[in-house]
Each structure stands twice: as structure tokens, then as C-alpha cells.
Design a protein around this ligand. Sequence first.
Ligand SMILES: [Mn+2]
Length: 416
Amino acid sequence: MNKRRRGLVTAWQRLRRRRGLCLLAAIACVLFFGFLLFSKNAEGNNSQNVGGLKGEEHHERRDAPVIQKEVDYQQLKRPVYEKPPLDPQALGEFGRAVRLNLQGEEKKLEEESISKHQINIYLSDKISLHRRLEERWNPKCKTVKYDYYKLPKTSVVIAFYNEAWSTLLRTVHSVLETAPDILLEEILLVDDYSDKEPLEKHISGLKKVRLIRAHKREGLVRARLLGASKATGEVLTFLDCHCECHEGWLEPLLERIREKETAVVCPVIDVIDWNTFEYLGNSGEPQIGGFDWRLVFTWHVVPERDQKRRRSPIDVIRSPTMAGGLFAVSKKYFEYLGSYDTGMEVWGGENLEFSFRIWQCGGTLEVHPCSHVGHVFPKQAPYSRSKALANSPLAATKELVGCKQNCGVQCVYLFL
Ligand SMILES: [Mn+2]
């Protein structure tokens, strides 16, 4: 009996030991599969779109850019069109100032063009649509390599109303000649019901350019939204209709959005003189946007605390507001933010309202020092001040109330 019992006990102990081993093995298996599942999920979350995010801190994606072979790399960087052969003597080449010293009839035509457009269009018509610009970026920007296969593609949206064709077409050509083919989905030109000779004949032969027409005057905001609604690119890049893009302007914007989908990124806006078409640029630190008590946009130097946050002079700079005309945003994030307020009329105010919304909805508004785009600042604002300002306080009030529905973030009723 005893012997049998002893036998049973040892068998039982052996079984327990074996069961212990099995249990250990089972736990190891569960842990292993758990780890596999977790790492897969984390990967999935990383590439997850903002649709599933709520306005809290978002994770930033920081994959080190992969460096391709040099030949490959040059190939990937290639724009949609190469610039025509250089004529160094051509008017305004490399962004040089042009002074025509006109007399008589020609002088009259020049003055007429200035009073009509607030830009010297008489001169613009004489400058090549394909002119090159002098380098204006921090030399460090040139050393950054991008993984072109991983960058999102963009639709460039340009809204215009009665813009002179030469300034508009120079914008279009400069995009086509600087944006890598692999990154440019399309250029959407939105004609906000202009009443002048058709643009088609100038753009019909161009690859990737689409013209959309509003059926009535919509104003800048609704015209841009019309463009955005037709866009198929992952990123929306809004440009003004009298810009010139500097080499390498697009990649930093797209790289930043790839890294952080809730970042809305502006290029450094360089000045093109309205009278001489000189590309004045901005060699120092870029400035950031603010606003005054009338809710008018203002420029400011980067505060020290923000300078300290940056590890390199080519890191992005956080900006409270944007000037409005030039920025890139993930299409999904733009929709998540509630896009623009469609009640906005004509021009002005939408930039501040949209800037506040970005910050309130958990995103960031930034200026990228490696992205430079020139903009012709006209002699005077194209619309009367009262009309431009009519948007702003009203919009701010409306939007701070409406913000809750847009992105689920509690609002502070600053303007009520
Ligand atoms: Mn403008």
C-alpha cells in the first residue's frame, strides 16, 4: 500500500513538475505572441490617420530618412518639367531687380498695370515665366536627404480672381519646375469667377494642371475649399496666385507632415518686390505670426523660449498664427479640423481663425526654415480694409463656439 502510495506521489510530483514546465512554456508563448501583436499594433498606430485621434497629444513619427544611392536620388528629385536653358542676361534672372526707365506710351501702360493690379504687371509680362532664383535657404537644408518613396503626395491648390496671367503662370511653372514629379499629384487652379480672357490656352498643354471654375464669385475661402474638395493628394498645399517657389521648398513641408500628421506647416515667405520683381528673400531667422487687438495679422521675431526648444537652425519653428496664403496640411487633418469656415467672405480673417483652430484642436502650426517661397506683396491690399476686416472678429466669435463640433476640444470663449 505504502509502496503504491509512494509511487503515486512521485508520479503526481512528476506530473506537477511537467505541468509546471508546460505552464511556463504556455506563458512564454502567450508573451511572445502578445509581443508580436503589440509591436504590430504599435506599427499600425504609427501609420494610423488622424481620424481616430481625439485632440490629445499625438505621437510623432520620427523614422530616420533612408539615404538612397546618389544617382537614384537625383532621379527621384526630378521635377515635373526641367527649366529651359539658362539665359543669364534675361530680365530678372536669378531674382535680380529690373528697372525699365520707360517713357511716353510705355510708361503709361506700366502705370496703368500698377493701378489695376497693384503689381507692375507690365514688367512681369516681360520676365521669363521660368526664371531661376538665387539660393535663399540655410546651407544646412541642402544636406538633408529625403526618402521620396515615403513622403506623401500633394495637391497644390491655387485660387485666383482676375489675376494677371503672367504672375499666375509664373506660380504654376515654378511649382512644376521645382516640385519633384513623384511628390506632385496635381495643381488645382480655382478660378473664382474671373471676368477676363480664358486661361485654358496657356495651361492646356501642361501636365498635372487642372482648372476648376466657380459658377459665381465665392471669395477666397470657398474657392480654396472648392479646390480642396476635388484634390486627390494626401496633403493639401495652398499657394497664393503670385508666388515663385525656391528650390527644395516642397520636401520639408511634406516630410514634416509625414512625421507629424497634425502639423500644419508654412514655408518662409520671401518678398518679391511688386515694382522691380526683385526676389528679396530673408536670410536671417524666419519670423513667426501673431495678431494685434484688431485681430490683424502681425510678424514677430522668434521668442527666446522657442529658440531654445530647437536643436538645429533648420528645425521647425512654432508659430501662433499664419499669414494665410501659403501652407501645407494633411487632407485628413484639414477635414478633421473642420476645414475653413464657409461663412467667410472675400478675403482676410480666415488665416487667424484657422490658426486658432489648429492650436485648439491639438495640432501645431509651424514655419519650416528650409522651405522658401517668394510672394509678390502688392503695393496696396487688393480689397478695402473694412471689407477685409469684416471677417475677423465675427469669424473668431463664431468659430470659438463652433470649434467643439469640429474637433471635440473644449473651447475658451475669448471673444464672447
Ligand atoms: Mn498675395
